[in-house]
Design a protein around this ligand. Structure first.
Ligand SMILES: [Zn+2]
Length: 459
């Protein structure tokens, strides 16, 4: 099975997520490194940002298949061609539901004609074409076959079965794809399963005898409950094939998951397989002592080193109160400790003195995988008297105390300078600040100096 990852298209339809150029670049690099076979990026006709993102991803990965979305209309397909993608994903629904609310003036034949014409147009533009019959799982079989036949006749290179509302169970998915394979024994078939019933991964695994491609996204992000998770799916394939998933693969999985989670501000649950904080942490006394003798005792992967968790202890409220906090100037003084009770956040206070404004711990350019809040209080009346200059994703801002600065996860920041005197309080939503640092490679594309239009033309 081949994997087309659509984190940069389907993921963009998840709450909070808007991929910019920088995010698209880093995520595409992570995906190539992880070994996906094709990357799906945005809908170029829909926005300038989507067009730019396709251009960036195409320019950064010239040997990769890059697919962009289009409705079955010439304007959308032209925009895909102009964005630089080599594949277009054309989608259209034909079922009763779509005909009653989306295409009131169109007959089934009109829709089939439109599918065929749009694919012929895309082929004229020398694009590779994937045709998705939207909401396939709620479309009658004879209509499915008619639509796919017309698409293939017009030159579609791949057809895609979409469980758009996540209605299928694994045995139904297998049966639906077996029928389709029977009608189209030699065509390339892709599947796209939504996770509304929590079955997107199970459905993707259930159809491996009938489909060639699976559409996935990192952390499963997408509309509503998302789709099949790239990492969970590919790890399952590895395990089924080789009986294990290597430590290197797990390290790559975690780094890719973290990038998407941080840039999308779209959380990964602690219990998530492979990438979750608790995925390989052994907690109960019995499990911890067995793990110390052999990491195989309670781990599904034969070669993977897990970790023994803390012993869970009852909450002692007195331990949470700290008085006489020592504040040494120029360094970050911790107000919280993770040693006794896992609090999942870090709070530090730093004293800025007028004589040593250039000696402060916030001058390194960095991105965190979690949100971070800064509060600046000066020593003068009304907490004024402390000023700072800060860079956020390359843009410079000035702060005058009393001031606050919220740095969303994934945003690159540093404090250029301070003037005056006062306190900087920094609250980070991760238990260990060092663990929240994102390790991103320096882009080989300079987003500031290389005009985006040039990238788009290159593609
Ligand atoms: Zn979808």
């Amino acid at each position: 099975m081949k994997v087309i990852d659509c984190t940069l298209r389907e993921g963009n339809q998840s709450p909070n997520v808007i991929w910019g150029n920088r995010e698209s670049y880093h995520i595409s690099q992570g995906l190539v490194d992880y070994g996906v076979d094709c990357i799906e990026v945005g809908h170029p006709y829909a926005s300038k940002l989507d067009r730019e993102n396709v251009g960036i991803v195409t320019a950064a990965n010239p040997n990769m298949s890059i697919l962009a979305h289009a409705r079955a209309v010439e304007s959308d397909i032209t925009a895909v061609k102009e964005s630089g993608a080599n594949w277009v994903g054309i989608f259209m629904a034909t079922n009763k539901i779509a005909r009653s609310f989306k295409f009131r003036n169109k007959s089934t034949d009109d829709i089939l004609d439109q599918i065929e014409a749009s694919i012929r147009y895309a082929k004229l533009l020398q694009l590779q074409v994937r045709f998705t019959l939207e909401d396939t799982s709620r479309t009658d079989l004879d209509l499915q076959i008619k639509a796919y036949e017309r698409a293939l006749r017009a030159g579609a290179d791949r057809i895609c079965y979409s469980d758009t509302v996540g209605i299928l169970q694994p045995y139904q998915a297998a049966s639906a794809l077996a029928k389709l394979r029977n009608f189209f024994p030699t065509s390339s078939i892709e599947v796209h399963f939504h996770n509304d019933r929590g079955l997107a991964l199970a459905n993707a695994l259930a159809v491996e005898n009938y489909a060639d491609w699976v559409s996935t996204s990192v952390n499963g992000i997408g509309e509503r409950c998302g789709i099949t998770d790239t990492i969970a799916y590919m790890s399952n394939l590895s395990f089924n094939e080789r009986g294990t998933v290597s430590s290197e693969e797990i390290a790559k999985s975690r780094s890719l998951s973290q990038i998407v989670h941080a840039f999308g501000r779209n959380s990964v649950i602690d219990r998530a397989p492979i990438v979750g904080e608790f995925a390989f942490t052994h907690c109960s006394k019995l499990h911890r002592s067995a793990y110390k003798k052999s990491n195989r005792a309670y781990c599904w992967l034969p070669d993977f080193e897990g970790q023994a968790g803390h012993e869970n202890v009852p909450l002692d409220l007195g331990e949470l109160v700290k008085t006489d906090v020592e504040i040494e100037p120029g360094i970050e003084n911790h107000l919280t400790t993770d040693s006794y009770y896992s609090i999942g956040q870090t709070c530090t206070v730093t004293q800025i003195k007028p004589s040593a404004n250039d000696m402060h711990p916030f001058s390194d350019l960095k991105s965190l995988n979690c949100d971070s809040l800064f509060l600046l209080f000066g020593c003068e009346d009304g907490k004024s008297g402390l000023n700072a200059a800060v860079f956020l994703n390359g843009e410079r801002f000035e702060l005058q105390s009393p001031a606050s600065l919220f740095v969303p996860s994934g945003v690159e920041y540093c404090f250029e300078s301070f003037s005056g005197a006062g306190l900087v309080i920094n609250h980070v939503l991760n238990a260990k600040k060092t663990r929240s640092l994102m390790n991103l490679r320096k882009p080989h594309i300079d987003f500031d100096t290389q005009p985006l239009s040039a990238l788009v033309e290159q593609g």
